[in-house]
Design a protein. Structure first.
Length: 686
C-alpha cells in the first residue's frame, strides 16, 4: 500500500501545480471515513526537505536495521562483559553485515561450559545516548543483553540487567515498542508478538493519521488561502495542552495505566493524552532536585519557572524535524534569548552574573550550561543527559557510575498521578491507582505492603459503579500473591461474566485452578486463553503442563510441540515440560534430548537437570545421574528433588557419607521430610 501511494505521488506531482490552487470548498465531496495511517513514504513526496531532515533525527532513527557501514560500535579491543552476579560472559560479534551477541560461561580452567549466539534483528535507540538490540523469533521480539553506550564508547549490560539478567528473553511489550517506534501491529494479549514492526517513529505520531490529507492532495485539493488545513494535525495550531500531549505520549517516565477501553495506539495527536491514559510516579522523585529519568523531559520541564510563567512548550526550544547534531552552537541559547531579551523600557538584567557590564553582555552567556543540568540518569547507566528542569541554581552533577538504580525501601512508595489529582477519589481514579500500584509492585519494588492497597482500591472503585478489566485482573493477582486462591477465583469468575473474551483473565483463572490441582478446570481456562489469543504462547505452554498433570499425555505432547515450533528459543521450560511428558511414557532417549535442549538454553534450569538425572537413574547409569543432579544443585542449591535423588545415587555408589550429608542438606531446606528422615536413619544404621 505504501509503495502504491508513493508512486502515485510521482505521477500526480507533475500535474499538481494548477490543481493546488483549487480549494476544498470548491471540490467534489470526498466520502468521510476515519483517517488511517499511511507511513512516512507518503509524506516525503510533498515534504521532501522536512522528510529528509526528520529521518536523521533521534526519533526518525529510533529503530533501524544494523548497518556496519554507519554503525558507531567498536568490535575490536573491547573486553568481554562479565555479569558477575549471574556468572555469564557476553561479547558482540560482527559476521558479514550481521551483528550477533554471544553468551558463555567458563569453568575454573577457562573452558567454555555454556554458549549461545543470536543475531540482532533491529537496533533500538538513535545512538545519541545508547544503542540496544532486538532479536526476532517468528514475531516474538525480545531485547538482547548487551547495549552500546555512546558517551563511554563501550559495551555493557543493557539497562536493568545488572539487577536482573533477562539474557535473551526480555520481552519487548507493546508499551515499550510503541514509545520507541512507529505504531506496530501487536498481537492482542500476547506478551511480545508482532506481525509488523516499523522502522523509526513516524511523522504521523505527531501529525495524526494521514490518509485523508494524502487523498486530498493527490486530488489537487487544499484549504482556502490562509485557512488551517484540517485534514492533518499541525501541532503549531493546537492549544498548549494539546501540543504537550503530543510530546508526552512518549516523554514521560513512570508507570502508565491505560484508561478503560483504551489501547496503546488509540491516542492521536489533537487529543488530550489524559483522556487515554494516566502516568504515575514515585511522589518523592517528582520533586527530587537531582534524580531524573532519561525520558522524564515533560515532568521536569513542568517544574520550571519558565514553563509556569509562560506559554512555552517543547517546540519552543526543540525543532522536532532537525537533527540536534546539525544545529548551530548557539541554537538553544537563541531560544532562551528569544523569550528573555528585555524590552526597550525595561532596566532589569536578564542574567544575574556579577561581572556583567550591561544588558548586551547579559545576552552573551551560555544559558544552557548555567540553567540546565547535565548529569547521570536514574534509569540508564553510562549516560549523561540533560535534565529539563530549568533552574536559577543547579545541584552538583552526578556521575552515572555513582547512581544506585535499584529501588530499596522497607515501606511501600507513594505513587501520584502526574496529571491533576482533582478527581483522585473517583471510582475510575481508584481503579487506575490500583493498576499502577500492582504494575509497580510487579516490575519495580516487590514489597507485600502494596497488596492490601491494591485490593482495597479496587473494591472501593468497583463499589462506585466504575469498572476496568485490568483492575479486576490485578486484584485477582494481588490475592494470588497473598495465597487467597478461593477469593482470587471468585474475582476472576465475576470478571469473566463481564469480559468473556479477555484471554488474560482466563490465563490467571487457569493458574488458580492449577494451584488448586483442579487440572480439568485449568485445561478449560488455558484452552480458552489460547483460543482467544493464538500468539499468547505462555497460555499454550501452561495448557500443555495442565494436560500433563491430568495425565492427558498425547494432548500435552501435541500442545508443547506447537509451542516449541512457534518459539524454539525463548521458552526453555517448554522443552523441559515436553521432556517430562516423554519421561512419563518411558521414551527416555527423546526425554534426554528435550532436557538437553532446555539446559542448553538455560543452564540454571534446575528442574531440567534433575529430570535428566532421573532418566539416568532409571537405567542405573549412576555416574551420569550424579553429574546431572549435581548440576541441578549448582543451579539451585535448595532444590529438594535433586537433593533427594542425589542421596539415592550416592547410596547406590556406596558413597554413604556423601549420601548422609546430602540428606541433611535436604532437611535444612524441608525439615520433617519423612522420606529423607527414613533414609537417613537407614544410612546411619549402616
Amino acid at each position: 500500500m505504501f509503495k502504491q501511494i508513493a508512486s502515485l505521488f510521482c505521477c500526480v506531482l507533475l500535474v499538481m501545480g494548477a490543481g493546488c490552487a483549487k480549494s476544498q470548498s470548491d471540490a467534489p465531496t470526498v466520502a468521510e471515513a476515519p483517517a488511517t495511517y499511511v507511513g512516512n513514504a507518503a509524506c516525503g513526496g510533498c515534504h521532501e526537505d522536512i522528510y529528509t531532515s526528520y529521518i536523521e533525527t533521534g526519533m526518525g532513527r529510533s529503530v533501524t536495521r544494523f548497518d556496519p557501514a554507519t554503525a558507531p560500535e567498536s568490535f575490536s579491543g573491547q573486553p568481554e562483559v562479565y555479569n558477575a552476579r549471574f556468572d555469564y560472559y557476553y561479547a558482540p560479534l560482527l559476521r558479514g553485515d550481521t551483528l550477533y551477541q554471544r553468551e558463555f560461561r567458563k569453568d575454573a580452567a577457562g573452558n567454555i561450559t555454556h554458549e549461545r549466539i543470536h543475531a540482532a534483528e533491529w537496533v533500538i535507540g538513535s545512538g545519541n545516548a545508547t544503542r540496544s538490540y532486538l532479536m526476532n523469533v517468528q514475531g516474538h521480539v525480545t531485547q538482547m543483553p548487551l547495549t552500546w553506550y555512546v558517551d563511554k564508547a563501550q559495551w555493557d549490560m543493557s539497562p536493568a540487567y545488572e539487577q536482573q539478567n533477562f539474557r535473551f528473553e526480555r520481552p519487548i511489550g507493546e508499551e515499550c515498542m510503541t514509545c520507541h517506534n512507529g505504531l506496530p501491529e501487536f498481537s492482542p494479549f500476547s506478551q511480545n508478538h508482532y506481525t509488523d514492526v516499523p522502522l523509526g517513529i513516524s511523522c504521523e505520531r505527531c501529525h495524526g493519521p494521514g490518509s485523508e490529507h494524502v487523498e486530498l492532495r493527490l486530488a489537487g485539493l487544499g484549504p482556502d488561502d490562509g485557512a488551517v488545513d484540517e485534514s492533518i494535525v499541525n501541532p503549531a495550531h493546537l492549544t498548549r495542552d494539546l501540543q504537550l500531549s503530543v510530546c508526552q505520549q512518549c516523554h514521560l517516565t513512570g508507570t502508565t495505566v491505560l484508561n478503560a477501553g483504551e489501547a496503546m495506539g488509540s491516542f492521536q495527536p489533537g487529543e488530550l493524552l489524559a483522556a487515554h491514559r494516566s502516568v504515575f510516579v514515585i511522589e518523592e522523585q517528582l520533586a527530587d532536585p537531582e534524580s531524573f529519568g532519561i525520558a522524564s523531559h515533560a515532568q521536569r520541564l513542568a517544574r520550571s519557572a519558565c514553563f509556569e510563567q509562560s506559554e512555552m512548550t517543547c517546540v519552543t526550544c526543540h525543532n522536532p524535524h532537525e537533527p540536534v547534531a546539525t544545529l548551530d552552537e548557539d541554537y538553544f541559547n537563541a531560544a532562551c534569548i528569544s523569550c528573555h531579551t528585555p524590552a526597550e523600557d525595561e532596566q532589569v538584567a536578564v542574567c544575574s552574573r556579577d561581572d556583567l557590564a550591561d544588558e548586551a553582555e547579559a545576552m552573551t552567556g551560555n544559558c544552557v550550561s548555567c540553567h540546565l543540568q547535565k548529569s547521570g540518569t536514574s534509569d540508564i547507566p553510562h549516560v549523561t543527559f540533560t535534565d529539563h528542569w530549568i533552574r536559577r541554581t543547579l545541584p552538583p552533577a552526578r556521575a552515572p557510575e555513582s547512581i544506585n538504580r535499584s529501588l530499596v525501601q522497607e515501606t511501600p512508595f507513594e505513587l501520584v498521578r502526574l496529571e491533576s489529582d482533582d478527581a483522585s477519589n473517583t471510582g475510575d481514579a481508584q481503579l487506575e491507582q490500583a493498576i499502577a500500584y500492582f504494575n509497580f509492585y510487579d516490575t519495580e519494588h516487590r514489597h507485600p505492603g502494596y497488596l492490601p492497597i491494591i485490593t482495597q482500591r479496587v473494591r472501593s472503585g468497583l463499589a462506585t459503579g466504575a469498572d476496568h478489566v485490568e483492575a479486576r485482573l490485578v486484584m485477582a493477582r494481588a490475592l494470588i500473591e497473598q495465597d487467597s486462591l478461593r477469593a482470587a477465583q471468585q474475582v476472576l469468575d465475576a470478571a469473566l461474566q463481564v469480559y468473556p473474551d479477555h484471554a488474560r483473565l482466563f490465563f490467571w483463572l487457569g493458574e488458580v485452578k492449577q494451584m488448586q490441582q483442579d487440572y480439568t478446570g485449568a485445561i478449560a481456562a488455558f484452552s480458552n486463553a489460547a483460543s482467544l489469543a493464538p500468539a499468547f504462547l505462555q497460555a499454550k505452554m501452561k495448557l500443555g503442563s495442565a494436560y500433563s498433570n491430568a495425565q492427558q499425555l498425547d494432548a500435552a505432547e501435541q500442545t508443547l510441540r506447537e509451542v516449541i515450533a512457534d518459539n524454539p528459543i525463548h521458552l526453555p521450560d517448554a522443552w523441559n515440560n515436553l521432556g517430562f511428558v516423554y519421561l512419563q511414557t518411558q521414551r527416555l532417549d527423546e526425554a534426554s534430548e528435550m532436557f538437553e535442549r532446555a539446559t542448553a538454553l538455560d543452564p540454571d534450569l534446575a528442574t531440567a537437570w534433575a529430570n535428566a538425572g532421573t532418566v539416568h537413574l532409571m537405567i542405573n547409569a549412576f555416574d551420569e545421574a550424579a553429574g546431572k543432579f549435581e548440576q541441578a544443585l549448582r543451579a539451585d542449591p535448595a532444590y529438594v528433588p535433586a537433593l533427594g535423588n542425589l542421596s539415592l545415587v550416592y547410596r547406590q555408589q556406596g558413597r554413604i557419607e556423601e549420601a548422609k550429608d546430602t540428606l541433611r542438606r535436604l532437611l535444612t531446606v524441608q525439615p520433617g521430610d519423612r522420606n529423607a528422615l527414613a533414609l537417613l536413619r537407614e544410612l546411619e544404621a549402616l
